[in-house]
Write a protein that binds this ligand. Structure first.
Ligand code: HEC
Ligand code: HEC
Ligand code: HEC
Ligand code: HEC
Ligand code: HEC
Length: 337
């Protein structure tokens, strides 16, 4: 092969690569043809989630303010990633579409739309520009197509298995019963269509560890006194994975205090902490797997008339009772017989 031919082949190859990747890397300044033309214009490209907004207003409103939307703006994440100077943090917090690397694979970072974090395009748009959906709707302007990878938990796995949440779910009784991530995190909602019909949609708020009602669903708590022992039991029958899961920051604490016959109360003391320690921290993972129960026993001091007990959820392990990162899930007093 002579040199000129090799150069021509190289140029053609590079042009093809640039063309095929162009929609992925198009910035916010890319010409945004109106989304309504999606069906008519074969060269139409989805370049911003705002293109979905006008037609899917209620989905947009749910997603706005969700932890997916704020993933790149979240002050807590910015603090710990040194304002994203740590480039390793960008891939899941400001990602390209999952389909670019493949469902179940780690996403690639993107450089555009910092205010859209994990967005419509990340989850829904395929590498050829198609819109993935649970159903194919041929006459809809965005031409959604059903795709088994998109509705599988491989979609969540790309980002949510870093701390084994997806693996924990696979090993859980929920997976065995066919209850998946979306059954709990994308509850059914009514969607009113433009023509007045109503169909079932899926919530896009993704409630999790920042949602008190969701935290309360995770488990069942029991407290009793047996002889001179105080017994607390936590059962995880509502989180489809460990409780708490994911972030090593999270913790769940059982606390107790003795109260004597005069009503004098002792200090609140931690009886147990459910948590996965930081990598450099000693100790084992004490998170409570789905379906499991944990019983904690404390020997009571002489003269205890009542035991106070509390169950706390902590967004980080340094949080203290009553601060903004702590949520009181249960509080009881048990009388010593
Ligand atoms: C010009 C209006 C328009 C735009 C823009 C648009 N859609 Fe749609 N979309 C529709 C209509 C109309 C339907 C069919 C009615 C319905 O089910 O909501 C639909 C259906 C869907 C469905 C399938 C619903 C099902 O039954 O499973 C999904 C998913 C979807 N759109 C996602 C998106 C995403 C993501 C974007 C942006 C990347 C987008 N759409 C942009 C109008 C639009
Ligand atoms: C493989 C994907 C991935 C990477 C890479 C990643 N994260 Fe995350 N991050 C997640 C997911 C998924 C969540 C949501 C689940 C959770 O809260 O644990 C999350 C949540 C967080 C939260 C909790 C936010 C809150 O408001 O409580 C912080 C803080 C955070 N990440 C910081 C970082 C930092 C710092 C880096 C880089 C060292 C990083 N992340 C890299 C996937 C990732
Ligand atoms: C591209 C990566 C990515 C994908 C795909 C993804 N997530 Fe997330 N998810 C994140 C990140 C990052 C956060 C946390 C952002 C933050 O708090 O700053 C998050 C947050 C959440 C939260 C809220 C956690 C909290 O503490 O409030 C839930 C629930 C959640 N995701 C569920 C899912 C489910 C279910 C799927 C699959 C349908 C999914 N996610 C797909 C990256 C992803
Ligand atoms: C974290 C991934 C993720 C993000 C981000 C996301 N979606 Fe979805 N969306 C899904 C999944 C998964 C389904 C299908 C669930 C099912 O029915 O199996 C879905 C379903 C839908 C549907 C059909 C059901 C309904 O509720 O009407 C529409 C329309 C839709 N998405 C639009 C959007 C738009 C618009 C955005 C951005 C504002 C968006 N989605 C962001 C994962 C996502
Ligand atoms: C049976 C219902 C159920 C299923 C199934 C389920 N979850 Fe959860 N999830 C919960 C509850 C309840 C919480 C709140 C308690 C907690 O943080 O563990 C939660 C919390 C979370 C959080 C917040 C973690 C954090 O610390 O910020 C993320 C992220 C999450 N789930 C992702 C997933 C993913 C991904 C799947 C599927 C692999 C899944 N969930 C399956 C009920 C469920």
């Amino acid at each position: 092969m002579n040199l000129r031919l090799r150069i021509v082949i190289a140029i053609v190859f590079l042009a093809l690569v640039a063309w095929s990747a162009s929609w992925v890397f198009t910035g916010d300044d890319a010409p945004a043809s109106t989304a309504g033309n999606a069906a008519a214009d074969a060269r139409f490209r989805w370049t911003s989630s705002e293109q979905c907004r006008d037609c899917h207003r209620d989905v947009w409103d749910e997603w706005q303010g969700s932890h997916h939307q704020i993933a790149y703006l979240n002050p807590e994440v910015r603090r710990l990633s040194d304002d994203f100077r740590n480039k390793e943090c960008q891939a899941c917090h400001l990602p390209q579409p999952i389909d670019v690397t493949g469902f179940g694979q780690r996403a690639l970072p993107r450089l555009t739309r910092p205010d859209q974090g994990v967005d419509c395009i990340t989850c829904h748009v395929g590498r050829n520009g198609e819109v993935f959906a649970a159903h194919t709707v041929p006459d809809a302007p965005c031409r959604p197509v059903t795709d088994a990878r998109f509705t599988s938990m491989k979609l969540c796995e790309s980002c949510h298995n870093q701390h084994q949440t997806t693996d924990q779910w696979r090993a859980s009784p929920f997976a065995a019963r066919g209850v998946d991530c979306n059954d709990c995190h994308m509850p059914d909602v009514d969607r009113k269509l433009a023509d007045g019909r109503v169909r079932v949609g899926r919530g896009h708020r993704y409630p999790g560890a920042h949602d008190e009602a969701m935290l309360r669903k995770a488990g069942k708590f029991e407290a009793r006194v047996e002889g001179r022992e105080f017994v607390a039991v936590l059962l995880n029958d509502g989180a489809g994975h460990n409780f708490p899961t994911e972030e090593r920051h999270r913790a769940v604490d059982i606390e107790w205090r003795a109260i004597d016959a005069q009503g004098q109360a002792g200090e609140w003391t931690r009886a147990f902490r459910f948590r996965q320690p930081y990598r450099e921290e000693p100790g084992e993972n004490t998170q409570l797997p789905a379906g499991d129960r944990r019983e904690v026993r404390v020997t009571l001091p002489e003269g205890t008339a009542k035991v106070g007990v509390r169950l706390w959820y902590r967004l980080n392990p340094f949080a203290v009772d009553g601060d903004a990162a702590s949520t009181l899930l249960e509080e009881r007093e048990v009388i010593v017989p």
